[in-house]
Design a protein around this ligand. Structure first.
Ligand code: DI6
Ligand code: FE
Length: 412
């Protein structure tokens, strides 16, 4: 049995219950055995048995945090929407564009036309940016294919991304993202077809959870419930894009189905927050979408705190409302726009993000958790949320192994 020891570091363990101060350990040590952490604590207290024949790594006074987790992305899609960005700057709104057949639908068209190889290549560039900032686990949603074959194509690409890159990916089926053109006048028929896609996609091993967009430009409460019923029948966890543009009571609905998370939540009501609290549902806050759509209504952070709803932070990386591949920028924006504390924000991309994905084996530095952690060129964890536009990631350890720094990918 051989161990690897990482020492000469300050640890932000983010352990539960230690929230007041990031679970900080000065002069800490991590003992790695295979893919797992065998021991975490103050170096002076490390049991002598671990030193025996161990490989030593000097962290040179780096700060070490758990690997970052981006728990809400739409990373696999064709094309981009810079044109729509221009339209918005010329006066159109996000909803106007969506209603006029642009928005999500234009990305659906580009995605349908793309081959798996093209989607893989485009998503790899985006993934590379996330990896460079210490992301070790992420979620990828479908939702730009909107037919069984096209959704399967995108979900296969997400599985391939995980096979070819040192990262773990949870796949979420978001068939109920928008109504595709062939069902334009019959959203209910489309929802029936979404319901029918879940079983075959699950049988192909392509989905780990089911999501829907419940809003006035998405699907209604009862359409969403149909999707949830089928997910529940198939034992798949659910989550929801809820109360982004209106209060559609999606959060309460999702909570009834024991949702892992409700995401966006700008228009969340007290009733919704209470339901989430009772169900143990995580609130996923997406400051990139809030910023890029120039929303003015903030998610009710104080209400979430009062009801002790755990808050995660994510990029929502997607071409329409958050063309962003920087989880560090989201930390900063969660603090500046949403007034989270740096401590809440860091928990939101580590321990709470793991919870939003239903993962119990990661998200904090704890014995028996996965050895996913990041060395940062900062002294204090608050610096990660404080600075923006810089990347102090020194190296990432994923499943106990130092991950190669992904090479810089250019646009052209
Ligand atoms: N809400 C969002 O913010 C993304 N999807 C959703 O349901 C936006 C997707 C897009 O505009 O392409
Ligand atoms: Fe989203």
């Amino acid at each position: 049995m051989s161990f690897e020891i990482w020492e000469n570091a300050r640890l932000a363990t983010m352990q539960e219950g230690q929230d007041a101060n990031y679970g900080l350990i000065e002069d800490g040590a991590l003992v790695v055995e295979g893919e797992r952490l065998a021991w975490v604590g103050m170096r002076a207290e490390m049991p002598a048995q671990y030193r025996h024949g161990a490989v030593l790594h000097d962290a040179h006074h780096a700060l070490i945090t758990p690997g970052l987790i981006d728990c809400h992305t739409h990373l696999v899609y064709g094309g981009h929407r810079a044109n729509e960005f221009e339209l918005r700057l010329n006066g159109a709104s996000y909803e106007d564009i969506a209603r006029a057949g642009g928005g999500i639908k234009s990305t659906v068209q580009a995605t349908r036309l793309a081959t798996e190889a093209q989607l893989f290549e485009a998503a790899t560039k985006r993934l590379t940016n996330l990896l460079k900032e210490g992301v070790t686990t992420l979620e990828v949603k479908s939702g730009y294919g909107l037919s069984l074959a096209q959704e399967a194509k995108c979900l296969r690409v997400a599985r391939q991304l995980a096979q070819h890159h040192p990262v773990q990916i949870k796949n979420t089926f978001l068939g109920a993202h928008a109504v595709p053109p062939e069902f334009q006048d019959n959203p209910d028929a489309y929802i029936d077809s979404v319901v029918a896609m879940i079983e075959p996609l699950k049988a192909e091993g392509l989905i780990d959870a089911v999501d829907a967009f419940c809003d006035r430009i998405g699907f209604t409460y009862s359409q969403t419930e149909k999707v949830f019923k089928e997910a529940q029948r198939l034992n798949l966890p659910v989550k929801l894009h809820a109360e982004q543009l209106t209060d559609s009571h999606g959060a309460s609905l999702a909570a009834q189905y024991g949702a892992l998370s409700c995401d966006h939540l700008e228009w969340l009501s007290e009733e919704g927050a209470a339901a989430m609290s009772k169900a143990g549902t995580v609130a996923v806050l997406l400051p990139g979408a809030f910023y890029f759509l120039r929303e003015t209504k903030l998610p009710p952070i104080e209400l979430l705190r009062q009801h002790q709803v755990p808050m995660a932070i994510s990029t929502d990386s997607n071409p329409g409302s958050s063309p962003c591949t920087s989880i560090l920028l989201m930390l900063n924006m969660a603090c500046t726009f949403m007034r989270l504390t740096p401590q809440e924000a860091l928990a939101g991309v580590t321990r709470i993000a793991a919870q939003a994905l239903g993962l119990k084996d990661r998200g904090s530095l704890n014995a028996a958790q996965r050895a996913d952690f990041v060395l940062w060129d900062v002294k204090h964890p608050a610096e990660l949320a404080y600075a923006f536009g810089s990347n102090p990631c020194l190296s990432t350890i994923w499943g106990g192994r130092v991950r190669e720094t992904p090479s810089v990918q250019n646009h052209h």
